[in-house]
Write a protein that binds this ligand. Sequence first.
Ligand code: GSH
Length: 258
Amino acid sequence: MITFFDIPSTLPANAWSLNTWRIRFTLNYKRIPYKTEWVEYPDIAAVLKKHGIGPTDENRDGTTYYSVPAILDVDDTTGEVKAALADSIPIAEYLEKVYPATPRVFPEDEEGLEEQKAFRVLREMVPIFTIMCKATLPVLNEASRDHFSKARAMDLYELYEVDRLEDVPYGEEEKRVLWRDLEVCFGKLDEKVAKTDGAGVWFKGDRITFADFVIGGVLIWMRTILGENSEEWARVSPWNGGRWGRFLEGLKDYETVI
Ligand SMILES: N[C@@H](CCC(=O)N[C@@H](CS)C(=O)NCC(=O)O)C(=O)O
């Protein structure tokens, strides 16, 4: 059975993180049984180290960066640890290889696989960090807030030069500018997807691939944190001919949080 490590919140769905959603969508889509272990931010490094899972990156200050999603795959009969790993692409590749009878999320050809691995959304969506990190902070559990505030302020240091997310200026004018810029970013993502989707819903037309879970992760993060009935989500879902609302609607079957 797979143990899937995710970050909890105060929201009814518990799950919210764009990065972990990529793997939750993958597990659900492949119908691979798993259980979730919820880990607060300050405990991520210790929990992963305990299972022999290494860091995925370095922080700006040079310290090691441990992250989720991460998985532990244990043989139920023998207790043998089949895999213990972090980072969404390697996890998806592992699931693809070890559960071959499940629907594939990566194309079989090298070029198609490389396209999937290189697919990024957030890098070209700078305004989303401020908007969404500000909105995420208050819905995390108390145990995670301080870590999240400092860690995300560190990520945004070049823009704001503050040590805590609370000190990032976010008045009406800042919001207006960020939301306007975010709409432009979504327009660019729409153009990028339109180049490959062959007029279908998904990145690769009618067939779901991992890139759709990368996009879906961002969208479900927004919808969960901003609120499905919020004025902000009502703004996003109709952008680009309603593509984003439709996109999440199409992922509904894979939205279960176990
Ligand atoms: N490259 C990683 C990135 C994962 C990531 O950054 N996850 C965040 C949660 S959304 C995390 O664990 N952050 C730990 C921290 O901020 O200390 C992946 O694709 O899985």
